[in-house]
Ligand binder design. Structure first.
Ligand code: GLP
Length: 243
């Protein structure tokens, strides 16, 4: 069973997740991080910014990789996941831009770009810490439920549920990209530590399923986390309400 910590509030969940990252940063200033996007990590990223501002965390030698990115949004598109991390994190903590990575979703050959991104991660010695969110269908990164999975970075077609869930960030559902590049589940599992955060009633069912899960099911991608020996789930009381 996966190790779970339940906090009373979203803010406590965020602070605890930030502490995991910052503790790892203290051990290794050249920390290699994979960071999530979406609604859930906003508080954690704000706390990491706060810790940097008060001098309790120095990200100037750290490296950060996006877990996923929409095809084919430019890096500076307001909806791009790179822009999300730049806006919520990079521009506040003095991490050098050269240390921040995202797949080039405008590349001529997306499969060659996936190979390049995977190699860039390996060349950095793989992730020291990966922070994940979770989709309502159990997706991690953009690894959607399906019968087979590419273990490495790849292009994925987003399913209707994911498109609908992410439509809240766009003015129209029709604007949500239909494809993305995501880290593979194997890429994620090579991370030395994994922290998964979840918040709110809408995540209660998926967190119960993850908490109770004892078998790997490709139709429930988060179940692959059972293969890793250093996973911490952190969720607030609403997301834990069915556990
Ligand atoms: C998106 C992202 C995931 C994220 C998930 C949950 O689909 N690709 O990486 O974990 O949404 O997002 P939220 O935190 O907004 O619920």
């Amino acid at each position: 069973m996966l190790n779970i910590t339940i906090t009373e509030t979203y803010d406590e969940m965020s602070a605890l997740a930030a502490q995991y990252v910052v503790r790892a940063l203290h051990e290794k200033p050249e920390l290699v991080m994979a960071l999530p996007t979406g609604g859930t990590p906003v508080g954690m990223l704000a706390e990491m910014c706060h810790l940097a501002r008060v001098g309790a965390a120095d990200f100037s030698r750290a490296f950060s990789f996006n877990i996923d990115e929409y095809i084919a949004l430019a890096k500076d598109d307001p909806q791009s996941y790179y822009r999300f991390l730049a806006h919520h994190f990079y521009q506040h903590v003095g991490i050098p831009t050269a240390n921040t990575f995202v797949p080039d979703v405008l590349a001529d050959s997306l499969s060659a770009e996936c190979d390049r991104y995977e190699r860039a991660i390996q060349n950095h010695g793989d992730f020291d810490i990966t922070v994940l969110g979770i989709g309502h269908d159990g997706h991690i990164g953009f690894n959607e439920p399906q019968s087979t999975h590419s273990p490495v970075c790849h292009v994925i077609d987003l399913n209707d549920e994911t498109i609908a869930a992410n439509a809240r960030f766009f003015s129209r559902q029709a604007d949500v990209p239909r494809q993305a590049i995501t880290l593979g589940i194997g890429t994620i599992l090579r991370s030395k530590a994994i922290v998964l955060i979840a918040s709110g009633h809408s995540k209660a069912a998926v967190m119960k399923q993850l908490h109770d899960c004892t078998r790997i099911d490709p139709l429930f991608p988060a179940s692959f986390l059972l293969l890793h020996s250093n996973v911490t789930l952190i969720c607030d009381s609403e997301a834990a309400s069915l556990i």
